[in-house]
Design a protein around this ligand. Sequence first.
Ligand SMILES: [Fe+2]
Length: 160
Amino acid sequence: MAHHMVPALETDNAKTAASLLQERLVGMLDLQLTLKHIHWNVVGPNFIAVHEMLDEHVESVREMTDEIAERIAILGFEPVGTPGYIVKSRDWDDYPINRGGVAEHLNALDSVYDGIIGDHRRAMEAAAEVDAVTEDLFVGQLAKLELYQWFVRSHVANAS
Ligand SMILES: [Fe+2]
């Protein structure tokens, strides 16, 4: 049951918004760990550019994660961010590469962003039915996530 209600927001709608947010919280916690994992393991040409770019993504994704978790609390529910819960509730496999080249990692990261962005967009569309503030949170985050995926793709793109 909700601990606190946002004025003029129906409980069922708050509950639906909180569950959409919780699902995205798991995704974004997984993403920030995966980004650091790549930051530590990537090698080869353009190492420093990729290594530093990834820390910018980490910093931004951490802020987005915090925003998602706090929105759950604002809606009156309990954000769950423990490692055990992340592993138990995610429906995708662990990132597959340890030490690896820039192209190999960035192609894999491109796939990670495909999953994250697709899930974020579906959550945004579902949030529109129940809570415009949560929808707006996802809109703002999607703009950043899509930008970061473009950065990743641009690193490995072939000019032709
Ligand atoms: Fe570092």
